[in-house]
Design a protein around this ligand. Structure first.
Ligand code: GRF
Length: 204
C-alpha cells in the first residue's frame, strides 16, 4: 500500500479532501500520520475523527529542530510527504532524504504570486490587485526553495469582476482539493516522471 504523511498548519480542508478520496476509493493509499506544527490546527481534529495517528511538533517549541523531528518520524516509513496548508520551512536534510517525494499545493499559478510570505488570503489579494483574469492552484515537488520545485499539476480558476479575495480563495481551494488528490494518485501509480524542471505525466 502506498503510504503518505500529511503535514498541516491549519484548517486541513486539503487533508479532508485526501481522507474523503481514500474513503471513496479514488485514492489507493493510506495516511500513516498527520503532523502539525501548530497544536491547535483543526486539521488534527479531522485526522482524529478518522483514527489517523497525529504528531504535533509546535514550531514555537522546536524551532530549527522541527524539520529534523519530522525526518526522524517519517524516514523509511512513507512513500510520499504531502504539504497541505503547511507553513513551516523544511530544511535541506529532509528535502535531500525525500528528494522528489515531497509535494506542496500552492493557491496560485506558480511562478505568479508565490515565494516568501505568499500564503493564504494574501495570495488572492495580490492576484486581485494585479488584475489577473485567470488564477488557480499548483501542485509541485518541494525543493530547497520556496514554491520553486518542478510543477506536477495546475488548475485554472477564472477571476470574476465582483470577486473578493475571500470568494476567489473559496473557488481556488475547491480546485486545490482536486489537484492535490490527482497528484497523489498519479504518483502512487508511478505516472509522474521528473525530467529536470519538466515533469512528464502519463495518462493525462
Ligand atoms: C490554503 O490557503 C491553501 O491554499 C494552502 O493552505 C491553506 C489552508 O489550506 N495550501 P487547508 O484548508 O488547511 O488545507
Amino acid at each position: 500500500m502506498f503510504k503518505i504523511a500529511v503535514l498541516i498548519s491549519g484548517g486541513g480542508s486539503n487533508l479532508q479532501a485526501i481522507i474523503d478520496n481514500i474513503e471513496n476509493g479514488y485514492l489507493n493509499c493510506s495516511i500513516e500520520c498527520v503532523i502539525s506544527d501548530k497544536k491547535d490546527a483543526f486539521g488534527l481534529e479531522r485526522a482524529r475523527r478518522h483514527n489517523i495517528k497525529t504528531y504535533v511538533f509546535d514550531k514555537k517549541e522546536y524551532g530549527a529542530e522541527l524539520s529534523y523531528r519530522i525526518l526522524e518520524t517519517l524516514e523509511n516509513k512513507v512513500d510520499l510527504i504531502v504539504l497541505a496548508g503547511y507553513l513551516s520551512i523544511l530544511n535541506w536534510d529532509i528535502i535531500k532524504k525525500f528528494k522528489d517525494k515531497i509535494i506542496n499545493v500552492h493557491p496560485s499559478l506558480i511562478p505568479s504570486f508565490c515565494g516568501k510570505g505568499m500564503y493564504g488570503i494574501k495570495v488572492h489579494e495580490k492576484a486581485l490587485e494585479y488584475g489577473v483574469k485567470i488564477t488557480g492552484c499548483t501542485v509541485h515537488f518541494v525543493d530547497e526553495g520556496t514554491d520553486t520545485g518542478s510543477i506536477i499539476i495546475q488548475k485554472a480558476v477564472e477571476v470574476k469582476d465582483n470577486d473578493t479575495a475571500e470568494s476567489l480563495q473559496k473557488r481556488v481551494l475547491e480546485q486545490e482539493h482536486r489537484a492535490l488528490s490527482e497528484a497523489i494518485k498519479l504518483i502512487s501509480e508511478d505516472k509522474v516522471h521528473v525530467n529536470g524542471r519538466k515533469i512528464i505525466v502519463k495518462d493525462m
